[in-house]
Design a protein. Structure first.
Length: 319
């Protein structure tokens, strides 16, 4: 008896790696076991046995070639069926893309600009892996994507063309750092004498760096939140500011702090109306007047100066 298999199910177009199962049934009434043989491209052959009404299934091994796959059934009496064939098409896998990140070091609320090379008719799937979890960020029809609220992690992209996905691109690490708040600059003294030090400081932030400016010009960077100008002179008088950076993320400059360096006053000369006095008389001393100056008066006792007092004016009386 010549018997026939039904049309084969499961043919069509597939992406590399898809599971492909072909199947058919015997359309002729028969009793007993049936042997089935599948043949295909590259000398493919696989056989098996089943019941008369079986589905004679074939699951193609991964990596199988596309082409025509043919099924022949043989009944208990050794009579073969007419061959039935089905076409299996294996589509091409898109080339693995290369992800480009415009700036992998971002600050605060900056966006991450992702892109890759364009593929005609393709779509693009964008991913992030952070804290051990991989999540899809979105799908676009264009080869670029803007992440408006990025987080630190590894970013990748896949290209999907004709329903088939490429492998993921190599990951690009993106670091997102917080931007420090505007710092406040302080000084031990805002008015110093020539030769004294100017000691500046601001609030410390772990891992931050500090760039110090004098009248808008950088004068140095430190890893500590302090800066010292040693032996200041009148040329060091002016406005000082600081910028605090967390990685590549700088703060706005601090408000300027004005430091005064007072000019060096000449050695004073004491003027007295008389070099000798009678007991009970008042000694009146004076010296040159200087705007805004204070005056400290001393007497030499046993070779050492002993302070008599301080005045806001250039005169002093000893009664």
């Amino acid at each position: 008896m010549l018997f026939r298999s039904s049309a084969i199910n499961g043919g069509g177009a597939f992406c590399p790696g898809d599971a492909i199962t072909l199947a058919a049934a015997n359309s002729t009434a028969i009793e007993g076991e049936i042997t089935f043989v599948w043949t295909g491209p590259n000398n493919f052959r696989q056989s098996g046995t089943s019941t008369a009404g079986g589905d004679y299934a074939l699951t193609l091994p991964e990596g199988s070639a596309g082409g025509a796959y043919t099924l022949v059934l043989t009944g208990p009496a050794g009579c073969p069926s007419q061959p039935k064939s089905v076409d299996v098409i294996i589509k091409s896998k898109p080339t693995t893309p290369v992800l480009v990140v415009a700036d992998p070091n971002l600050c605060g609320s900056e966006s991450a600009a992702l892109s890759t090379s364009a593929v005609s008719g393709a779509s693009y799937e964008w991913y992030i892996t952070a804290n051990g979890n991989t999540n899809r960020l979105g799908i676009t029809s264009q080869p670029n994507f803007e992440v408006t609220a990025p987080v630190s992690g590894n970013y990748t992209v896949k290209v999907v063309a004709e329903g088939c996905s490429s492998d993921g691109s190599s990951a690009v690490a993106v670091a997102v750092s917080s931007t420090p708040a505007q710092p406040v600059i302080t000084a031990m003294n805002t008015s110093v004498c020539p030769g004294s030090g100017i000691e500046l400081s601001t609030s410390a932030i772990a891992g931050a760096t500090y760039e110090w400016f004098f009248n808008g010009t950088s004068i140095g960077k430190t890893e500590a939140a302090t800066f010292t100008v040693t032996e200041a002179n009148t040329g060091d008088a002016g406005n000082y500011t600081v910028i605090v950076s967390n990685g590549d993320c700088p703060s706005v400059p601090s408000a300027p702090l004005n430091i005064l360096v007072n000019g060096q006053l000449p050695q004073p000369t004491i003027i007295a109306p008389a070099n000798s006095l009678c007991a009970g008389q008042t000694l009146e001393l004076s010296t040159q007047a200087y705007s805004g100056a204070s005056y400290e008066w001393f007497v030499i006792q046993n070779g050492n100066p002993v302070s008599l007092g301080t005045t806001n004016g250039p005169s002093f009386q000893i009664t």
